[in-house]
Design a protein around this ligand. Structure first.
Ligand code: NOJ
Length: 494
């Protein structure tokens, strides 16, 4: 089937709430080997705090999310926390087995900094933490699954949160370089793909502009917190993250890459983080608008950034939004966008940009993945790109049959992959795709109220139950195409 017919069906599914019987024709014709290049990584993704649990086991230190969820449970939709989560720390062999059953050739996970260095660089390395990730990495490799490792996915040792107010203190840069060095040394003989940070552009906004993530710092009109400056601190934190990233990349390139043969990148959720990394400075318009609240790079720091470009770009792509430039024509700004003179919305003329998901700001807009990838490919000159996250959320209180027979997720993945393959066909240097997530997990301030997993998790028993999407992904990855009646029979199976 030609792309155009599939594409038309995927667009149709965006605007028309419809049944699976209508959706499946759009899926036919999508093939791992036909639509993606050899060696393309197909995987699933998770992060440490969201799945590991075992928050006090084997000398792990407390991290900022442990403390935040314990002391401010009211800020989490269901009052939940990651104390147990998916109990992955104890069940990782089962999780490697389900990855193997899916037929993926890669798995993206993150390392818990507080498990490796409970007190940061002023304390000792925790051998039990190292041993856990060694076991995980070895189990993956034994099944032919490549580890794709994120060094920092939101959680930092509480001691550093207290000492530096998280990413506000410049001292945390050295901490990150030290921590990443410990990881390169311990795991780099087997890990070929590293990413330094996950979505720091969003994270710093949630931490220091809106104040909804630890350390809950913000100021009006963005939010009401006990301390903070929403107009300045997000940029200070981002500045420290950018410089931490560049220093870790320099260390990896200088001391590890030749002998270990890996690559290092960063995961972003679009927006402005890539310009400083690739061009050594903030975008001009950002400097004009944020003015003295935006830190400046010294000439040495500019050089550090420019000479230590990352080897690949990770993009987390879930949805698209409309954006209106408010510089020249004034418009009602939403605080969510902070100081950027832009108005964003998922609705135009009363019409949603795509079908809604359980995540209120995420709509289904499959064609957005192609535009995003083409933009990054053009602007950052063919740097290899990985889609490090892409996934569909359901409300946890959906009935069990629909939770398991997740036809909307199947359709979402098919359509996003189809548009991704179109970007590949147009020459974009895309090297991999990771579905978010392998299993339902702790969704930050939404606790366990939404579910993104290919596998449903019963959090009382920790049973992992494959959804229709897991079966579809396995069929796609192992080459057999899904017949129209297959999904119907999945409904009967469930
Ligand atoms: C991005 C984040 O990296 C991940 O932690 C989160 O669960 C998903 N998006 C879904 O919101």
């Amino acid at each position: 089937m030609g792309v155009s017919r599939v594409t038309a069906t995927c667009i149709l599914t965006v605007v028309v709430a419809t049944s699976l019987a209508v959706l499946t024709p759009g899926a036919r014709g999508l093939g791992r080997d036909d639509d993606f290049p050899p060696g393309f990584l197909f995987g699933a993704a998770t992060s440490a705090y969201q799945i590991e649990g075992a928050y006090l086991d084997d000398n792990k230190g407390l991290n900022n999310w442990d403390v935040f969820t314990h002391t401010q449970a009211g800020r989490i939709s269901d009052g939940g926390n990651g104390d147990v989560a998916d109990d992955h720390y104890h069940r990782y062999t089962e999780d490697v087995e389900i990855l193997h059953n899916l037929g993926v050739n890669s798995y993206r996970f993150s390392i818990s900094w507080a498990r490796i260095l409970p007190r940061g660089r002023l304390g000792d390395v925790n051998p039990a933490g190292i041993a856990f990730y060694n076991r995980l990495i070895d189990a993956l490799l034994q099944k032919g699954i490549e580890p794709f490792v994120t060094l920092n996915h939101f959680d930092i040792p509480q001691e550093l949160e207290t000492r530096y107010r998280g990413w506000l203190g410049a001292g945390i840069r050295e901490e990150f370089v030290y921590y990443s060095d410990v990881c390169f040394k311990a795991f780099g003989d087997r890990v070929r793909s590293w990413t330094t940070f996950n979505e720091p552009n969003l994270y710093t906004r949630f931490q220091y502009m809106l104040g909804v993530y630890p350390p809950n710092r913000c100021s009006p009109p963005f939010g009401s917190c006990s301390g903070g400056d929403s107009r300045r601190e997000p940029y200070v934190a981002a500045h420290n993250i950018l410089l931490s990233h560049a220093a870790a990349v320099r260390n990896y390139h200088t001391n590890y890459q030749a002998k270990q043969g890996g690559k290092i990148g960063m995961v972003i959720a679009m927006k402005w983080f890539l310009d400083p990394i690739f061009f050594g400075d903030y975008p001009r318009v950002m400097k004009e608008m944020i003015s003295s609240n935006l830190p400046k790079f010294t000439p040495e720091e500019k050089k550090l950034l420019q000479t230590n470009k990352m080897d690949f770009i990770g993009i987390n792509q879930y949805t698209s939004i409309y954006a209106k430039d408010c510089i020249y024509s004034p418009c009602a700004l939403n605080t969510y966008e902070g100081n950027a003179l832009v108005y964003t919305t998922g609705v135009r003329n009363g019409k949603k940009i795509g079908r809604p998901t359980a995540f209120s700001s995420y709509f289904v807009v499959p064609q957005g993945i192609e535009s995003a990838v083409m933009y990054v490919n053009d602007r950052y000159k063919d740097t290899p790109i990985f889609i490090t996250e892409n996934g569909y959320s359901q409300h946890s209180n959906t009935n069990m049959e629909d939770l398991i027979n997740d036809v909307e997720r199947v359709n979402y993945m098919q359509c996003y992959l189809k548009y991704l393959s179109s970007a590949v066909r147009k020459g974009a240097n895309v090297r991999g795709y990771f579905a978010w997530s392998l299993v339902d997990n702790f969704e930050w301030i939404f606790g366990y109220t939404v579910r993104f997993g290919l596998y449903h998790v019963d959090f009382d028993t920790q049973e992992r139950i494959p959804r229709a999407s897991a079966k579809w992904y396995r069929d796609f990855l192992t080459g057999s195409s899904l017949k129209d009646d297959t999904v119907q029979s999945l409904r009967a199976d469930s």
